[in-house]
Design a protein around this ligand. Structure first.
Ligand code: FAD
Length: 389
């Protein structure tokens, strides 16, 4: 059977792939999205708790997430669909001097990028986080323009909107090879057949390295597992997503974060102190007791919560902890939106908008020198490859 022709093929219908398909289709391209799973968002997208902020310290992440915030916050107006956008901000309370110093050090950088973030007194923090434990509270930062989105609804809506613009989705179809002509990718192969396009986007999440290897590229993306959970709904009381940067007293966690989503459920997760490499997604017995203690320590009245569900998902990690976005080095026709680490949901629309612009207009939307900070051609090991082996 002859190969079917498209203007662009996106590998992966996840946090990055769905918005990328939508923005490519909005540019008028005939887009094909291929995913090995049964529906959109079934990779790591559905594991995210939906935090979206521009208040980073890396200029590229700031620029991309500012564009994501624009997309998420105007989505209902643009499409008529509610994806659970809640502009509640982010709050980083400080309970010790180390955390206070870290947060204060970042503020001038964040302000240089005109981000709406400030240091708040302990009384102001207690106002935005009602019921917060006052013991040792020194204040904290608050960025009211950040927010939250429901990742499940977002994946469905990006898919529906991309389809309405003519994009075709094929599920349960793994990409098994790239079609290459003289160091240029011209299509993909799956068990169902061959598809051709002058632009192929690798948005394959934790399996992105396999796609890179099909083009002879060695870009390590390693899965690192994190757990999350969600409660039954409670009376709305909490605006921001709260990030507690202190290491956990149990010695097993670093930071942890939680918020109340647009459906009034408390959603939460933590970062294990020792990264848990691999693709095991079975929930552990220790997650719930550890995070329950941390939640109740920060807001004592959360002890009344009923927990609905927990899960375990994977961060697609890079050696230097930053995403890999841009043209594949030395290979024509291949764009990369990979290695999103713990922020792929919030980066997705910004990455998608910029990759679509790169594909159609030959340049990203944000400042090219800033965009290049995430270049696939950078030294991912910061000169330390040998010591990491
Ligand atoms: C507990 C937890 C909480 C999190 N909270 C947040 C948060 O608050 N905010 C945030 O921004 N991020 C968060 N994240 C991180 C976020 O989930 C990921 O960074 C993001 O989903 C990665 O997006 P992606 O598009 O790269 O991968 P995915 O969303 O996994 O999409 C990749 C897709 O590619 C498909 N695929 C792979 N290989 C192939 C192939 N060969 N052929 C066809 N299809 C293929 C997969 O099936 C998958 O659907 C969290 C993660 C976890 C685990």
């Amino acid at each position: 059977m002859a190969a079917r022709e498209f203007d662009a093929i996106v590998i992966g219908a996840g946090s990055v792939g769905n918005p990328t398909a939508y923005f490519l289709a909005r540019e008028g391209l005939r887009v094909l999205v291929i995913d090995e799973l049964a529906a959109s968002g079934q990779g790591q997208n559905k594991a995210a708790i939906g935090g979206v902020r521009a208040t980073h310290s890396d200029p590229a992440k700031i620029g991309l997430c500012q564009q994501s915030l624009e997309t998420f916050s105007s989505w209902k107006e643009t499409t008529g669909t509610d994806i659970g956008w809640k502009k509640g901000g982010y709050c980083f309370p400080a309970f010790d001097e180390n955390v206070e110093a870290t947060l204060r050090r970042l503020l001038p950088i964040q302000k240089r990028f005109r981000l709406n973030i400030d240091w708040c007194s302990s009384a102001e923090i207690a106002h935005v986080v009602p019921g917060i434990n006052p013991n040792g509270l020194r204040g904290g930062t608050y960025s009211p323009d950040d927010g939250q989105v429901n990742p499940l609804r977002a994946a469905e809506s990006f898919t529906n909107e991309a389809r309405a613009l003519g994009a075709e989705y094929r599920y349960r179809e793994p990409v098994t090879a790239l079609v290459m002509e003289d160091h240029t990718v011209t299509g993909v192969r799956t068990p169902e057949g061959e598809y051709r396009a002058p632009v192929v986007v690798n948005a394959a999440g934790v399996h992105a390295s396999r796609i890179c290897a099909m083009a002879g590229l060695d870009l390590p993306i390693l899965p690192d597992s994190h757990e999350g959970g969600i409660s039954a709904p409670v009376q709305p009381f909490l605006g921001p997503l709260v990030v507690d940067l202190r290491p956990g007293p149990e010695g097993k966690t670093t930071n942890f974060y939680f918020g109340q989503d647009a459906d009034d459920q408390i959603i939460f997760c933590y970062t294990p102190k020792t990264p848990i490499a691999g693709e095991n997604r079975t929930s552990t017995y220790e997650f719930m007791p550890i995070i329950a203690a941390r939640l109740v320590e920060v807001i004592p009245r959360l002890k009344h919560l009923t927990i609905r569900r927990v899960w375990r998902g994977l961060y697609p990690m890079t050696p230097d902890g930053s995403p890999i976005v841009g043209r594949a080095p030395g290979v024509g026709g291949l764009l990369l939106g990979i290695g999103m680490c713990g922020q792929g949901f919030m980066l997705g629309p910004g990455v998608g908008r910029n990759l679509a612009s790169l594909a159609v207009h030959g340049r990203p939307l944000i400042e090219p020198a800033v965009f290049d900070l995430l270049s696939p051609a950078r030294d991912l090991y910061g000169g330390k490859k040998e010591s990491l082996k």
